[in-house]
Design a protein around this ligand. Structure first.
Ligand SMILES: Cc1cc2nc3c(=O)[nH]c(=O)nc-3n(C[C@H](O)[C@H](O)[C@H](O)COP(=O)(O)OP(=O)(O)OC[C@H]3O[C@@H](n4cnc5c(N)ncnc54)[C@H](O)[C@@H]3O)c2cc1C
Ligand code: SF4
Length: 523
């Protein structure tokens, strides 16, 4: 909002409603009718830009989406007070900004939607004391579960099996079910069809990047001297920052990428950075589009053209959103704040500096890190089996790993970042999210990608000159953590292989791993 508009605002608003930068849900009941006594407040605030060093594209995307949202609200007749990052009256925290706004408009009450981040939740919970007026909360109406539902579902259970939760969600929301609540196609899960590499000579025909100019937002961020990571071409910005753009991307995804989504969802290639993935996570996480809107559209594609959309593509995609996304949020609210301190393996090492530059000779890591710095994006298997796998094998402290993931990705918000990173990827929760640590040697990476063929290291060597670091670090991991892993039924087989290996070979592998860990900065 331009300053003249702000100064002309009357003081007759009795109610202030706070909209956070990741609460851009135009369909929320708050916006159904125009109420002249309500003032919506949005702010680009330092406490949110600075709690971690974010990727520049992430900050631009959030600010641009917020500014677009404010415009949309105003065009519908709502009153919006938008505090831009360089406004002279902008204060460093949400609470400080709300204090002066409430007093300026002599507001009688404040409303906010439940935030998704524990950090923000803590701050907002004490607003009533800080502001001295009644404070009311509403749901965001975005998720398919309430914050508490996960805890109720798993009450009294020792393990939190995602598959059980996912089936419950399929039935609860009647998704891909027949008339007797049985899964369409006779199976709940088609994962075994979804582990293919990109075939040789395959022509990748997927969604296009639609670009727009975000230079103005970018300049504002530079002027505010916000410290960021990564690169950007602000005049060719491709992340979706309006609801209309999110729907456009969804339609294009369904048309071009969904037919191969499941089959190639675990594949990695040097030739394309998002393959058949949807790139919808940012739009969903800031609530431009709802998970149910995405799921229903994909389900409809299957019912309309079952011969074109095989069930493994459809079910594989829906499971990510209906299952994993809601499940991660459930774990977050059931286990925070302790979750952020868990370090099951007591890992202590620092993240190598090349995680911030991409300057490593390991081609898989170079590719995944360069891409993350350039695009603020890596797909799931790059995050899990390239960067995450290496960090776990190298014994990096989960705080270091979390800080990297929380900063670098366009879609990184703590509720979904920490559960994926500390939980699924680093097993720092000791098995709350995953039933075993996701670790692999070069053989898995080679099976699922074309990275190894252009690598300085040799994928087939465990020891000696040029041996791939993943190989010795993989066995070293089992050796170091055998006490903690021996009772895990999903790990037993590999531990036995290690135990039965020739003692001389074991010793050489451990020496190689120690050498690499010592030289980690130069790998
Ligand atoms: C170490 C690690 C860190 C991650 N950090 C984040 C994060 O900060 N924010 C985030 O949104 N996702 C995170 N993920 C999950 C997943 O990698 C991303 O959601 C996905 O890559 C986003 O790209 P996409 O929209 O193209 O996804 P697609 O492959 O097209 O999948 C569709 C949607 O499914 C959902 N989804 C898929 N996998 C997961 C998952 N494991 N957990 C939750 N939702 C999932 C996302 O909303 C995604 O948009 C992380 C995964 C790992 C292994
Ligand atoms: S050889 Fe090893 S380091 Fe190189 S790309 Fe393959 S797995 Fe990565």
């Amino acid at each position: 909002m331009i300053d003249a508009e702000k100064t002309n605002m009357s003081n007759m608003f009795t109610s202030i409603k706070l909209i956070m930068g990741d609460q851009l849900n135009l369909d929320h009941p708050w916006f159904e009718n125009v109420d002249e006594q309500v003032l919506f407040v949005m702010m680009e605030v330092r406490s949110e830009t600075d709690y971690v060093k974010h990727h520049i594209q992430k900050v631009v995307a959030i600010f641009d989406a917020m500014r677009n949202f404010a415009k949309d609200l105003k065009s519908k007749g709502h009153s919006v007070y938008f505090i831009s990052i360089n406004d002279s009256d902008n204060k460093p925290t949400i609470t400080e900004n709300l204090k002066w706004i409430c007093s300026k408009f002599t507001a009688k009450e404040l409303h906010y939607q439940l935030p998704d981040e524990y950090r923000v939740d803590q701050e907002l919970q004490i607003l009533e004391n800080n502001l001295g007026i009644p404070v009311y909360t509403s749901d965001t109406n975005h998720f398919l579960t309430t914050r508490e539902e996960f805890g109720v579902f798993f009450k009294g259970k020792k393990t939190f099996l995602m598959e059980n939760f996912y089936r419950y969600m399929r039935v609860k929301h009647q998704i891909l079910l027949d008339s007797s609540d049985k899964p369409v196609g006779g199976k709940w899960n088609f994962d075994q069809d979804n582990r293919k590499k990109v075939p040789k000579n395959h022509q990748i025909l997927t969604t296009q990047l639609k670009v727009k100019d975000c230079s103005e937002v970018y300049e504002d961020i530079l002027k505010a001297e916000i410290k960021t990571i990564g690169t950007i071409n602000p005049s060719q910005f491709h992340w979706t920052t309006t609801r209309a753009e999110a729907f456009e991307l969804l339609e294009e995804f369904v048309e071009k990428a969904l037919p191969l989504f499941g089959t190639l969802q675990d594949a990695m290639t040097e030739n394309h950075w998002y393959l058949y993935h949807s790139r919808l996570s940012f739009a969903m996480n800031v609530k431009l589009i709802s998970p149910l809107e995405v799921i229903r559209r994909v389900e409809k594609a299957y019912y309309e053209e079952p011969e074109r959309y095989e069930l493994n593509q459809i079910e594989g995609f829906i499971r990510q959103i209906l299952g994993w996304r809601e499940y991660m949020r459930g774990i977050y609210w059931a286990k925070m704040p302790e979750y952020a301190t868990l370090n099951f393996f007591n890992h202590e090492r620092k993240l190598p500096t090349w995680f911030w530059t991409g300057e490593t000779k390991m081609n898989c890591l170079k590719h995944a890190i360069d891409q993350s710095l350039d695009q603020a994006y890596a797909h799931h298997i790059q995050r899990l089996m390239i960067t995450g796998n290496f960090a776990l094998l190298a014994g990096i402290h989960p705080d270091e790993v979390d800080r990297w993931y929380l900063g670098i990705y366009i879609d990184a918000f703590e509720w979904v970042e920490i559960t994926n990173t500390r939980g699924m990827s680093q097993f720092a929760d000791g098995g709350i999210v995953g039933s075993k640590p996701y670790v692999s040697s070069a053989s898995y990476i080679d099976k699922m990608s074309d990275y190894c063929q252009n690598c300085h290291y040799k994928k087939d060597l465990k020891i000696g000159e040029g041996a791939c670091p993943y190989n010795s670090l993989y066995w070293n991991f089992y050796d170091v953590h055998q006490e903690k892993l021996k009772s895990n039924p999903r790990i037993g087989m590999m531990l036995n292989v290690w135990k039965k290996m020739d003692p001389n070979q074991k010793s050489e592998i451990l020496q190689q791993a120690a050498y690499y860990l010592d030289k980690i900065e130069t790998l």
